[in-house]
Ligand binder design. Structure first.
Ligand code: GLA
Length: 728
């Protein structure tokens, strides 16, 4: 049993972890523990100090040590004595904003709850159990239902909350977070993932200083700049040892993760929709659903935590036909042609690629409306006859005749001011009346909260998908959203817009993915600006970054790998000198880096030398062999490319029989020292043969003695070693 209830103490047990809380004599829901499975009521750890200026709840009379301000709480509120960051806040019609949530009831049921209109982890009934704990503010009749999904075999607990207005007056909900996690003991550090366009998800590990630290986005997208996923690491936690907790928000819009280190050295993490861009009018009888947070805990370092998230996201977040199967190796024309292409050029690129074993051609931006640069055309989703004289279907046929599949780029949520759509429906673009909107890449954003906009996009995209043999869509989004305003909302509800925008996007994605189950949808947002578990619910892969430089990608993919599975990272071999950095690396080095993802090419392969073409053909063959190991195996970060002189990673099959070590040595030095790389995840008792030279090593030796890094000559030297167990 995953959920056990003893009186009013709740035990949420997974294979290795225990999450525990208790409603006490005042009905306050206290958080007791999230950590190793102790089998014990952990309340004995709670201390109740008498702290000045931390007041006491009304019923506690003279008990000066009973304060909401000092206790670990399950879902912290505002205005009633806890002065730390809160998880939920309301404003009543009289302007007051206190919310005093006390325990009312609980309910347990088999399976995993779902959330109306929002992505959520899904599971079979036998794989999960759901606990609902209802809290109530008696004065207002506002209830909060805390939802917990427990997946024992995955060591995962999900959280989400529903705020219900059972009162008689409309209230303003100005905060409704998905997660509040209090950790009373221990010195913790937190890791967040920052960046910018073409430089996403750099991990930054910071000590907790007294006060509040934040990682967030107000851009309408989860963003390149911060990612809605954070780690809390107990001091000393490494890749392979120590305690850490990971929290991933399944949300693709403005988010907020805050961590507070309080007066008693306690740690609180809250996570959810960004409060700066949120306020929701909650009428009597109405409910508000928060997005979901996926929580996991590891006692064996960050590597194990990553394995837990990879498996969960791959098997219980991603959906559809493509979630577990090998994706087609594709060629995308963006960096090969940018806007300057036509049918002949694309067919030439496809021909060259087909000869080398590529499975699919993806036609990128520029095929529709009047779109010869990024200044016009978004919204006009009909083919440009000058570029595609035989239309989409004619081109698709030619590509299919080469034995390849055909995919198409879209940027559905955008509108160019210079477009027919804008001339017909200027009211669909997000703008504030009487103001000039911020421009970005000459485009405005469609008001996705409008049902007519959603219907238009569904119809136009369905028409195109039905008009030709298209089996892949790259779904892009190329600016941050500003000037929030929706014509359809009254003034008091304008702050609902950023969240309604995301709900509109999810609704459209749900309709399209259901209507076209055989189409592979790839998420994209100027590269990885919307790389989050919300998008992964609809698209099993996301273009990881607009930076295709192989060296840079080792860092970006390293950061991304803390939470997101390898199969979710779109990754391509592009031309050299690289278009973002000017760096020159070999085809082999680029291939190895791109294989650490959903693999493809983004250049005109016809322009390569014969030797390079042979290498491409060879590496596609290799990827077809290694792909299942890369995507289904366990992934190990054997080095830190931000600190080490090389980037080395490893994939190990679940039965520990197949091992692939790949990466690159950044710079060669004279008389180079050949460091040993210590492999991980092998069976110490097994013997492994290295394919490259036939030498046999024991698993024990490979893990404890290591294997010497290859001799290098030049820079960005590829590393590749494949080992297979030779005994039973
Ligand atoms: C974004 C994408 C690129 C490409 C361009 C096209 O930047 O990330 O891969 O599709 O848009 O405009």
């Amino acid at each position: 049993m995953a959920v056990r209830v003893d009186g009013k103490t709740f035990f949420l047990e997974t294979k290795n972890t225990l999450y525990q809380m208790k409603a006490d004599e005042y009905g306050v829901l206290k958080h007791l523990w999230y950590g190793v499975r102790t089998g014990q009521d952990m309340e004995y750890l709670l201390d109740y100090p008498d702290v000045g200026f931390s007041g006491n709840i009304y019923e506690a009379d003279n008990n000066r040590s009973y304060s909401l301000d000092t206790m670990p709480l399950e879902y912290a509120t505002e205005g009633v004595g806890d002065f730390r960051i809160s998880a939920v806040g309301v404003r009543y019609q009289n302007g007051a904003s206190a919310l005093d949530l006390r325990y009312e009831s609980y309910h347990v049921e088999p399976g995993k709850y779902s959330i109306p209109g929002l992505p959520a982890v899904y599971a079979e009934e036998y794989e999960a159990e759901t606990l609902e704990v209802t809290l109530k503010d008696t004065a207002s009749d506002i209830r909060v239902v805390l939802k917990y999904g427990v997946l024992p075999d995955f060591d995962v607990i999900t959280r989400s909350a529903v705020v219900i207005n059972d009162g008689v007056q409309t209230v303003m909900l100005n905060k409704a977070h998905s997660l509040c996690l209090d950790i009373p003991y221990g010195q913790w550090e937190w890791v967040h993932f920052y960046g910018r366009w073409a430089k996403e998800r750099t991990p930054e590990r910071l000590p907790l200083l007294h006060g509040i630290q934040e990682s967030s986005s107000k851009r309408g997208i989860s963003s390149h700049h911060q990612n809605p996923a954070v780690l809390l690491c107990r001091e000393g936690c490494t890749e392979t040892s120590g305690i850490c907790i990971g929290a991933v928000l399944m949300y693709s819009g403005c988010f907020q993760a805050q961590v507070e280190y309080d007066q008693l050295n306690q740690t609180r993490l809250v996570m959810g929709i960004n409060t700066h861009t949120f306020c929701w009018e909650l009428e009597p009888g109405k409910r508000f659903y928060t997005p979901e947070v996926i929580l996991s805990q590891s006692n064996s370092g960050m590597e194990m935590l990553s394995h837990q998230f990879h498996r969960l996201i791959r098997e219980h977040v991603c959906r559809g036909r493509y979630k577990m199967i090998e994706r087609p190796v594709l060629i995308n024309n963006w960096e090969a042609t940018y806007f300057d292409f036509n049918e002949d050029k694309l067919v030439e690129i496809a021909k060259g690629a087909a000869e080398l074993g590529v499975d699919m051609l993806v036609m990128d931006d520029g095929w529709f409306g009047k779109r010869d640069s990024d200044a016009s055309g978004l919204g006009d989703w009909y083919e440009n006859p000058l570029k595609l004289p035989n239309g989409l279907s004619g081109l698709a046929e030619k590509i299919n005749d080469l034995g390849m599949e055909f995919g198409v780029w879209f940027e559905p949520e955008m509108i160019s001011e210079n477009s027919d759509l804008f001339r017909t429906h200027p009211e669909w673009a997000i703008r504030i009346p009487g103001r000039r909107p911020m421009r970005s890449r000459y485009q405005l954003v469609l008001d996705m909260s409008r049902p007519d906009v959603q219907d238009y996009l569904f119809d136009v995209m369905s028409r195109i998908l039905n008009s030709a043999n298209i089996t892949y869509i790259k779904w892009d989004f190329n600016r941050s959203v500003s000037d929030w305003y929706s014509e359809l909302l009254p003034s008091g509800r304008q702050k609902e817009m950023p969240h309604r925008f995301v709900l509109g996007l999810y609704s459209l994605m749900e309709r399209l993915t259901q209507a076209f189950p055989d189409v592979l949808f790839e998420g994209c947002c100027g590269g990885g600006g919307r790389f989050d578990a919300g998008i992964l619910y609809y698209c099993p892969q996301i273009w990881c970054s607009d930076d295709t430089d192989a060296f840079e990608r080792t860092q970006i993919q390293y950061g991304t790998s803390f939470f997101y599975p390898i199969s979710s990272m779109g990754s391509h071999v592009s031309a050299v000198p690289n278009h973002q950095t000017g760096r020159i690396t070999s085809v082999k080095t680029r291939g190895i880096t791109a294989m650490a993802g959903s693999f493809g090419y983004e250049l005109d392969l016809n322009r390569l030398t014969q030797e390079e073409k042979d290498e491409v053909k060879f590496q596609i063959g290799l990827f077809k062999e290694y792909g299942p190991l890369i995507h289904n195996g366990k992934y190990y970060r054997l080095s830190n490319p931000f600190e080490d002189k090389y980037a080395i990673w490893e994939y190990v099959s679940t039965d520990a029989r197949k091992v692939l070590v790949q990466g690159m040595i950044f710079r060669t030095e004279p008389n180079m020292l050949r460091y040993p790389i210590y492999l991980r995840g092998l069976d110490p008792k097994k013997k492994y043969r290295l394919r490259e030279d036939g030498i046999i090593y024991s698993g024990n030796a490979l893990m404890n003695g290591g294997i010497l890094i290859p001799k290098a000559w030049g820079d960005y030297v590829p590393v590749e070693m494949y080992l297979e167990a030779i005994d039973a």
